[in-house]
Design a protein around this ligand. Sequence first.
Ligand code: SAH
Length: 673
Amino acid sequence: MTITDSNRAGQDFQCSLQSPEPSLFEEFLPLAAIATTPLGAKRLQVLTELLQTTLWVPASVTSESSCIQVYQKPLQDHLAQLWDQQKSLVFCLTTGAVVRLIAPLLQNKETDPAVVVVDEAGKFVISLCGGHQGGADRLTQLIALQIGATPVLTGASNRLGLPGIDVLGVPYGWTKGEGDWTGVSAAIARQDPVQVIQETGSTLWRSHLPKHHSFQFGFPEFTATVQEEVLEPTARVWISAIQRRFAPDSGKVQWHPRVLWVGIGCERGTSKALIGQAIREVFAAHHLAEGAIAGIATIDLKADEVGLLDFCRDWLRQAPKDCALPLKCFSAEDLRKVNVPTPSDVVEAEVGTPSVAEAAALLAANLLAADFVTDRAGAKLLDTNPSSDPHPPLLIPKQIVRQAGQPGAVTIAVAQSPQEYTGRTGKLWLVGIGPGELAQITPAAQSAIAHADVVIGYSLYVDLVAPILRPGQIVEALPITQERQRAERAIQLANWGLTVAVISSGDCGIYGMAGLVLEELRAQEWTGTPDVQVFPGITALQATAARVGAPLMHDFCAISLSDLLTPWEVIEKRLTAAAQADFVTALYNPKSQTRTGQIAIAQQIFLQHRDRATPVALVRSAYRPDEEIRFTTLEKLLDEPIDMLTTVLIGNQSTQMYCDRMITPRGYLGFGR
Ligand code: SAH
């Protein structure tokens, strides 16, 4: 995005923050902003008004904004109060002052809020603290995109184009385990070889690393009792359902994808404490990580079991904001169809299935696999670990846990799904990226692209937005012909829990991907999740019009000459209607290498209703480096080169050329002159 210096330095800078999409900021809330000067307050005011958050100022700064509140105590004391309650803090203050203010409050990077500093001139946005886990790097990028400032990110992973190792699993809902996170981050920053042993979870992240990185991948056989290898790499990252213990400076870290489904059978009245204890005991005995629990599975008779429900609820309280511990309940009829290692006649007599815990765990693990690993045609879509079994056997057969003095008994079995449960609600952002230059993309669209977990689009458009992509983002560029695949892929990743930006040139909803994605969703009986949001873009007709003058000043229409998806008779009917009604007309998709006749027919139709000398503009690749602009007349239209990168603008009966500008009079100086 280019923004002029006068705009940056000017007094009307409030306008430079161009109505960002509030939903893009969701994960950074609650957010508080702090400014100590009138200029600083104005700089942050639009952001805080939009997000309905508080902008704190000293009594010396006056303002009428409803979002502004005055702090009465010294700022240091006031900040101490805000610190624990905010997810993000945005200062408009010198960095030195901010460093001194926050220094006594910093605890650790897992809990400290994101701290971002904006300079008074609005030229720079600095990610000061909490860059990865606090989300300060992302927040910095979002604010910078919105105000046309330069984001200042100093983290090494950013320089190396890598996802931060301490946030690697966040998009997939992985749980961060114990480990020497500082040591491993330092090793990555030094570009030392870092061994990655991924036993489970999506491998999507690995196919989107930069060409040069220092990760080495290894796949030891998965067993519940894996011993650590004796080999001494500089650092090691485990991605596993197993809980490993590391020494403080071990140079080892672990992520736990949520792949384990805990099947539970319990007697009526079993307490949540006993359920919790049973899971802890079984997991400890088998070296499994509790962070790898995807959910609980049981029989539908237990859907109202108080201890079980309380356990799921309590677990939720410790989990990150958007993570849920699902309780999946199956009927006895479904459970009895599952082959299990330890069936029981007693259980069958009681509830109508020989197995609850084992069968429920297996059903839940395989259901998830069926939902996410394959598409409707059965093809594998999500990238699962090559070593994982698509139909895994039970990991832990049933274990019965009782405790003296506690009522009830708990039966536990564990199955491992080949696909992790993200626990996140996905989003589909349908983004128009304008005609072909970064400066022509709206700030909201830029922010959506920079912020999404995944960016999907036709390769040419992906190249176009490359400067705003983020290290570690999953970027999938597909050939131009594969629109449906792009839509299906985007929906599947969003159903899985990721935030997916689907990019289209121009406007996403004008012969773009927005309609296709929504149609696909409707075909899949979508009920509103994943959430869908459309980000508008400058469409070809606006972009080309701007390059040639003001041809759209009166009523106009767009017609695509592509008969791939629309019958030609329909297109002809619309051409006739547009020509008759004297609409200025933009022809999209005018001519391809194989489809050459339609533009000639269109010309003939227009010639029946308009003068032969009617001005016509042919704009090819507007706002791209190879842009070409030609003016001609309706009569001579076919003498000029026209292709699929061209938009044809046909004037109405009063459109005129003047000084190489195409002008359609609105009527201010007399109608039709
Ligand atoms: N969603 C796009 C349109 C896609 S249809 C939009 O809103 O602009 C593709 C057609 O759009 C092309 O055949 C061409 O006619 C037109 N087009 C797209 N980008 C263009 C550009 N930069 N310059 C001229 N025409 C363009």
